[in-house]
Design a binder for this molecule. Structure first.
Ligand code: SF4
Length: 191
C-alpha cells in the first residue's frame, strides 16, 4: 500500500540533519516561476560591452567603492554565451552595430539590455552620420541610464530597476510545458 504524506516539514540551513525529520521548521510556499525570477534577478551576469568613456564608469561599479557584487552582478563575462545582461556603455558606431547585434543574438535566453549613457541611448552629442542614434535601433533595450557619463551609482540603480522588472515578469521558460495525458492502464494492458 502506498504511503500517504500527511505532513511536510522543511528544514532551514541551521538544521543539519535532513534524515531525522523534526517538526517546527520554516515553510515557504511559492511558485516555480517566482523562484526562477528571483534567482535570475539576483544573479545577473553582465556582458562587457564598453564602447567609450562610459565604460570607465561601468568598470568602477565592480570596484570596492561601489561593489556591484552586493547585487549579484559582479561576474562580468567576456563571452556572450555566459552572460544574460548586455550593458552598452558608450556611443555605438554604425560600423559596430552589426557586431553588437551578433553578440546579442549569441546570448542565451532570457536576456536583457541596459543602455548606459546619453550616447548609447540617443546618440548624445554625436548627432552625425557615423553614430547610431539610439542602441534600441539595433537591440531591444530594457533600461536606459541617463547622463554623460552616468556615475556608477546610476548604473547600479539601473541594475536594481532591471531586477524589479525581472521579478515582476513571470519566467517564460516553463510556459511551453504541457500536461501529458496518460491513459489509465487496465488489466488487459498488462496481460
Ligand atoms: S555619454 Fe558621455 S561619457 Fe558616455 S560615451 Fe557618451 S560622451 Fe562618453
Amino acid at each position: 500500500m502506498p504511503k500517504k504524506i500527511e505532513t511536510v516539514v522543511l528544514h532551514d540551513s541551521s538544521t543539519p540533519i535532513l534524515g531525522d525529520i523534526q517538526k517546527g521548521g520554516n515553510v515557504v510556499v511559492t511558485t516555480v516561476e517566482t523562484l526562477l525570477s528571483q534567482a535570475r534577478a539576483n544573479a545577473l551576469w553582465p556582458l562587457t560591452f564598453g564602447l567609450a568613456c562610459c565604460a570607465i564608469e561601468m568598470m568602477s561599479t565592480v570596484a570596492a567603492r561601489f561593489d556591484l557584487s552586493r547585487f549579484g552582478s559582479e561576474a562580468f563575462r567576456a563571452t556572450p554565451r555566459q552572460a544574460d545582461v548586455m550593458i552598452i556603455a558608450g556611443r555605438l558606431s554604425k560600423k559596430m552595430a552589426p557586431v553588437l547585434r551578433q553578440i546579442y543574438d549569441q546570448m542565451p535566453e532570457p536576456k536583457w539590455v541596459i543602455s548606459m549613457g546619453a550616447c548609447a541611448s540617443s546618440g548624445g552629442v554625436y548627432n552625425n552620420y557615423a553614430i547610431v542614434q539610439g542602441a534600441d535601433q539595433v537591440v531591444p533595450v530594457d533600461v536606459y541610464v541617463p547622463g554623460c557619463p552616468p556615475n556608477p551609482d546610476a548604473l547600479i540603480y539601473a541594475v536594481m530597476k532591471l531586477q524589479e522588472k525581472i521579478k515582476r515578469k513571470k519566467a517564460t521558460s516553463f510556459s511551453d510545458l504541457r500536461i501529458i495525458e496518460v491513459a489509465p492502464r487496465t488489466l488487459e494492458d498488462s496481460a
